[in-house]
Write a protein that binds this ligand. Structure first.
Ligand code: C5P
Length: 234
C-alpha cells in the first residue's frame, strides 16, 4: 500500500460541479479525492459510490465526534461505503477512538485508514483558554492529542507540514501526517495562514498532502495536479 499521495480537496457544493471537474482528467489518472461535509451532506452515499465506480480513492472528511457507541456504529456504515480514509476528533477521547477502529474493521479484517484531527486550525490559544478551559500551550495540546491518537491505535493525524517532523518525533516515523495548507509557488494564499509548497512538504516529511484551491481553482487543474505530484512524489 502506498502511503504517500496528493489528495485533492473537492470542496464543491454539488455532484455536477464535482463531475465536471473530474471529467477534465483523461481517465488514466485517478487522483485521490477528499470529500467533505458539504458535498457529503448534499449528495449522500450516491456520490461516494459514483466516485468509487470511477476508480478514485476517497478520504471522507466528516470529523466524527460523539459517544463511543455512536461513533463505532457510524464508522461501520462508512467502512461499508468502501472509502479509503476517514477521520474523527481526537478530543472525543481514547475510548471513542478505539470504538471507531472496531467499527471500521470489515469482516475480512481490512479497514480504511483512520486519522484524527487534534485541534482545528480555527482554534487559537485564546479560544482554548477562555472557552474550552484548557490552559496548556496549544502546541503542547496538539502533540498530546497526537500521542493519544497513536496510543489508541489510529494511523495518523491531520496537521501542518510545519508540524510533521515534531509529530513523527513524538509518535514515530510510521505515524502518518496528512497535511493541508499547500500552495503551488505563486498561487494566492486565500484564507490559509501558513502555507507550504508540495516540494517543501515532501522535505518536511508529510505523508499525504491535501490540496484544494491550488488545483481546483487553477486555470488548468490537470497541469496543477501534475505539478503537485511531480514536486511531492518526485
Ligand atoms: O483550498 P485549500 O487547499 O486551502 O483546501 C484545504 C482543504 O483542507 C480544505 O478542504 C480544508 O477544509 C482542509 N483543512 C485545512 N486545514 C485543516 C484541516 C483541514 O485546510 N487544519
Amino acid at each position: 500500500m502506498m502511503n504517500k499521495d496528493v489528495i485533492i480537496a473537492c470542496d464543491f457544493n454539488s455532484a455536477e460541479q464535482l463531475f465536471n471537474f473530474l471529467d477534465k482528467f483523461d481517465g488514466v489518472e485517478k487522483p485521490y479525492l477528499k470529500v467533505g461535509m458539504e458535498l457529503f451532506y448534499a449528495s449522500g452515499n450516491q456520490i461516494i459510490k459514483e466516485i468509487k465506480r470511477r476508480g478514485h480513492k476517497i478520504f471522507l472528511d466528516l470529523k466524527l465526534h460523539d459517544i463511543p457507541n455512536t461513533v463505532k456504529k457510524s464508522m461501520a456504515v462508512l467502512s461499508a461505503l468502501d472509502v479509503d480514509m476517514v477521520n474523527l476528533h481526537a478530543g472525543g477521547g481514547s475510548v471513542m477512538m478505539k470504538g471507531a477502529l472496531e467499527g471500521l474493521t470489515r469482516p475480512d479484517g481490512t479497514r480504511p485508514l483512520l486519522i484524527a484531527v487534534t485541534q482545528l486550525t480555527s482554534t487559537n490559544q485564546e479560544l482554548m483558554t477562555n472557552e474550552l478551559l484548557i490552559d496548556k500551550p496549544l502546541d503542547e495540546v496538539v502533540m498530546s492529542y497526537a500521542l493519544n491518537t497513536k496510543n489508541s491505535g489510529l494511523d495518523g493525524v491531520v496537521c501542518s507540514p510545519l508540524e510533521a517532523g515534531k509529530v513523527k518525533e513524538v509518535c514515530g516515523k510510521e505515524f502518518l501526517t496528512i497535511t493541508p495548507g499547500i500552495r503551488l509557488a505563486g498561487d494566492s494564499v486565500g484564507d490559509q495562514k501558513r502555507v507550504t509548497t508540495p516540494a517543501l512538504a515532501r522535505e518536511l516529511g508529510s505523508d499525504y498532502i491535501v490540496v484544494g484551491r491550488s488545483i481546483t481553482g487553477a486555470e488548468d487543474p490537470v497541469k496543477a495536479y501534475r505539478q503537485c505530484v511531480k514536486e511531492f512524489l518526485g
